[in-house]
Design a binder for this molecule. Sequence first.
Ligand code: UFG
Length: 338
Amino acid sequence: MRVLVTGGCGYIGTHTVLQLVTAGHDVVVVDDFSNASPAVIPRLEELADRPIPVHRFTLEDRARTDHLLATERVDAVIHFAGFKAVGESVAHPISYYRNNIGATLSLLEAMSAHDVHRLVFSSSATVYGADATPPFTEDLPTSATNPYGWTKVMIEQIMRDLAVSDPQWRIALLRYFNPVGAHPSGRIGEDPSGIPNNLLPFIAQVAVGRRDRLLIFGDDYDTVDGTGVRDFIHVDDLALGHVAALEALGHRDEAVNTWNLGTGQGTSVRQLLRAFEKACGRELPYAVAPRRPGDIATSYADPTRAHRDLRWEATRSIDDICASAWAWQSANPHGYQA
Ligand code: UFG
């Protein structure tokens, strides 16, 4: 297939582009670089061993999106592009709704106009809200606790409504748990701008000396060691889940398919810290701080449906995750910035 990857220069996008190429697909990328670096492109091309066409604009630009779909004859779209920082979404809700929903509407209109009906969407386990009991199954009701989460809930609903209106659509809603780690080459990885919101990039930046110490947000949860528990999934496993979903859509009867992409295993903040210390070969400074508002104690997937329907399963371990994240961060202490 020839696949348009929106947000294809971001963290999950780049890893997915590589797995698509490895699986024999052709890739076209669109990215506005609002949260990605153009420096990733030569690295991606070197790893893929071929040129990767990259278009630089925002999907909110309906005319350019339409032109892209008219000129690049793609068979399917994987839609990653979107803002993703929870705290920022609370501070700037309108910009989150405008960017995430506006871009998606523009993309869906252009896809309809050019007869492209196969779509994989980057959703999140955040749609399970704050009250569900893990393991999370796909048929739980959806809700959210912040504007970022609501954009995922709303976009899922928009896609379900669209599929009812036109039976040609085949859509995968992929609900990610906690994507972490990097390509084993150490050439591409997660490069958050500013202070990392997420745990693993923060730990990695402590390990290279960019941050003094990790703050553990709460050690009085009802969990194995009092710290939060999450389902950390290697980004290459996640990327392979996208390839499996994309290919499966070709023979699905259901117009909309919702799949959790997680390992089904919970790992605590302290356990992840210890695994990273093993990978980088030294102890890392940390302090315990109050709970972070909005956090839940435990989140992990029930990945049974993806195993059954996609014959996909996460295979990389927490040690693989930490080794690859350390390979990336130690070789690129300041990310893509030289
Ligand atoms: N944590 C710390 N210190 C830090 C950062 C995080 O102790 O500096 C803890 C958090 O309190 C939590 C765990 O590490 O217990 C994981 O936190 P992350 O921010 O890495 O991940 P979340 O599970 O909070 O958020 C992720 C995604 C969101 C998504 C959410 C729910 O980043 O986009 O999962 O699916 F909405």
